[in-house]
Each structure stands twice: as structure tokens, then as C-alpha cells.
Design a protein around this ligand. Structure first.
Ligand SMILES: CC(C)(COP(=O)(O)OP(=O)(O)OC[C@H]1O[C@@H](n2cnc3c(N)ncnc32)[C@H](O)[C@@H]1OP(=O)(O)O)[C@@H](O)C(=O)NCCC(=O)NCCS
Length: 292
């Protein structure tokens, strides 16, 4: 199901290529003044610990060199766009615990010209999480974020993290206010079991319903309108009723938006929104689904 290209490298982090991004070690030659500049940019670092100390090239080089030589303890992936050439951010497993098999994870998309709100952070974090649980023996990832940091919360929830608790007024935010620290976690077995699917239900009269399930639960049979279906069956027929569920498409890594787009594609290609064929009421059938 993975559509990532993963190249393992001896003594280094793997190179992971996603649809738009490349993730790999940040090398010494990548530490440009531009990179130091955006690490010190107060808009970029307002939710990051680096904001407490002006970052110099020497400090960053020390951190990067330490990460390069200690990949068992720290995995500091650079996020590169433009065909793997421009460093725009990072995803970091800062303290890998080999005894308890967990790590925290943090991330930043900081380059001033990198697009925001276009799913870059979600794509990068998802790729690293996928690598950790599919290619390493770590069993858990966790992250903490400042309460109210919506973008961070969304990135983590998009990837499947759920809230485990809060530390009350644990942090001082960029305005000097005390705020809660939200803690979220994701277990390997939850992640590996997690699958987003598009399914097709076939009713005894041959009519169909197509839907999505973002949790991939075996026992979910959709939310087609009961009123609509009832009209097609007698009381006797409905007292012994067999329906069939088939998975048409599945993905562990698609975003919810991508799943929504796929769902519409399937509804239109099966014409399950045509009242003669199926029970999907949306998108409304206008006599043809040819715009697909
Ligand atoms: C937080 C950050 C990583 C988000 O990067 P991004 O590439 O814009 O994130 P995505 O595009 O994947 O966005 C994820 C979601 O957050 C939303 N979002 C992004 N920026 C947002 C903002 N400033 N305000 C509100 N929502 C925002 C997106 O619309 C998207 O929503 P969706 O899932 O409903 O579609 C980036 O802004 C950043 O690096 N900030 C500074 C560092 C930081 O705070 N890191 C996190 C520390 S825990």
C-alpha cells in the first residue's frame, strides 16, 4: 500500500521519497545562512524550543553533526522539495528510547517560500511515521504541542495520533502566557491496523451504495438512507436480508481529502448515485456522470 520510495543507506538515515517531498539526513553542506535565518524567525519558531536561544551556525552544525553520528538515538530528517534540492523543514525523532521502544516526534516547515497549509507537514510526518512502524522496531511515537496550536494538532491527528492527556499550564508561550501541553500518541499496532477504505455495499435487489470508512472497521456498513432502501423491499424480504460489502480501494497514507475525492470518483464510475442503480444521494445525479 506504501507509495513511498525508500532507499536504505548504511550508517545513514534512509532516503524517503513521497509524492512531493524527499526526506533524508540534513548534511553539513545544507546548513546555509538561509536555514539559520528561518530557524531564528519568530513566526517560524514561536512554538519551538529553539526560540529561547538565538541559533548560530556553530550551534546548528553541532546539532546536525551529533545527529549524523548518532542515528540510533536521534533521527533528524530534512524535508526537501524542488526535486530534493531545497531544505524546507525537518521531522525529528529527538530521543529514541530503545528500552521502551518509543520516541517523541517533532516537525517544522520553516522555509519562507515553502507553501503553508498545502499538506507538506502532514505528508512529511506521515512518511516518517510510516517508515518507523514499517521498518524499525519502535512500538510507539508521541508528541507534545502547545494547546491551541491548531496546525500542529491537525498534522498529528491527520496522521492518526490521538490525545492521551494534558499537562496543565506546563509551557510558557510566545506571549508569556502559561498554556497546557497536549500529549498525543500513536501505537505501531494501531497504525498498522489503520486503513482508510472505499467500500461497495450490494443489496439483495442488486442496487449498490458506495461509501468511505476512515477507520477501516470491518463492521461498518455505511450510512445509506434506511428510508430510501425500505421502499424497495417488502416486509417479508426485509425480515431475511443479506448484504455484501466489498472493499474497492484502500490506503494507509491517503489524506481524508484524497479519500473524499476517491469516493466521488467511485460513486460516479459505478453510477451509484443514479436512483435506478444505487442509493447514493450525493453527488446529485443529473442524468449522467460524464464529468468524471
Ligand atoms: C505547523 C506546521 C508544521 C504546519 O505545516 P503545513 O505544511 O502548513 O501543514 P499542513 O499543510 O500539513 O497542514 C495541516 C493542517 O493544518 C492546517 N493549518 C496549517 N497552518 C495553519 C495555520 N497557521 N492556522 C490554522 N490551520 C493551519 C492546514 O490547513 C491543514 O488542515 P487540514 O488537515 O484540515 O487540511 C508549520 O506551520 C510550521 O512548521 N510551523 C512552525 C513550527 C511548528 O510549530 N512546529 C510544530 C511543533 S509541535
Amino acid at each position: 500500500m506504501e507509495n513511498y520510495e525508500i532507499i536504505e543507506r548504511e550508517g545513514k538515515l534512509p532516503v524517503i521519497r513521497t509524492e512531493r517531498l524527499t526526506l533524508r539526513d540534513i548534511e553539513v553542506q545544507d546548513i546555509s545562512d538561509e536555514y539559520i535565518g528561518w530557524l531564528n524567525n519568530s513566526e517560524v519558531n514561536k512554538y519551538l524550543e529553539v526560540r529561547f536561544e538565538e541559533q548560530t551556525k556553530e550551534m546548528v552544525l553541532k546539532y546536525v553533526c551529533n545527529a549524523l553520528t548518532n542515528i540510533k538515538d536521534i533521527m533528524h530528517f530534512g524535508i526537501y522539495d524542488n526535486g530534493g534540492t531545497r531544505l524546507i523543514g525537518s521531522v525529528t525523532l529527538r530521543s529514541i528510547n530503545r528500552k521502551h521502544l518509543y520516541s517523541d516526534i517533532s516537525f517544522v516547515v520553516g522555509h519562507p517560500e515553502a507553501p503553508r497549509g498545502k499538506g507538506y507537514a502532514t505528508e512529511a510526518v506521515r512518511a516518517v511515521v510510516n517508515y518507523v512502524f514499517s521498518h524499525m522496531d519502535l512500538q510507539k511515537l508521541w508528541a507534545g504541542y502547545y494547546d491551541g496550536h491548531i496546525a500542529s494538532e491537525k498534522v498529528l491527528k491527520n496522521v492518526g495520533f490521538t490525545e492521551e492527556g494534558r499537562q496543565k499550564e506546563h509551557l510558557v508561550d510566545f506571549s508569556g502566557n502559561r498554556v497546557d501541553k497536549a500529549i498525543v500518541g500513536l501505537l505501531a499496532n494501531e497504525y498498522l491496523a489503520f486503513m482508510k477504505v472505499i467500500y461497495k455495499i450490494t443489496y439483495p435487489n442488486g442496487k449498490i451504495y458506495i461509501g468511505k470508512d476512515l477507520t477501516g472497521s470491518i463492521n461498518y456498513f455505511g450510512s445509506a438512507s434506511s428510508l430510501l432502501i425500505e421502499k424497495d423491499f417488502t416486509k417479508e424480504q426485509s425480515s431475511d436480508f443479506t448484504i455484501r460489502k466489498e472493499i474497492l480501494w484502500e490506503s494507509k497514507i491517503a489524506s481524508d481529502k484524497e479519500v473524499n475525492i476517491k469516493e466521488v470518483e467511485f460513486i460516479k464510475s459505478f453510477s451509484s448515485n443514479d436512483p435506478d442503480i444505487g442509493y447514493n444521494k450525493w453527488p446529485k445525479f443529473d442524468g449522467s456522470n460524464e464529468s468524471v
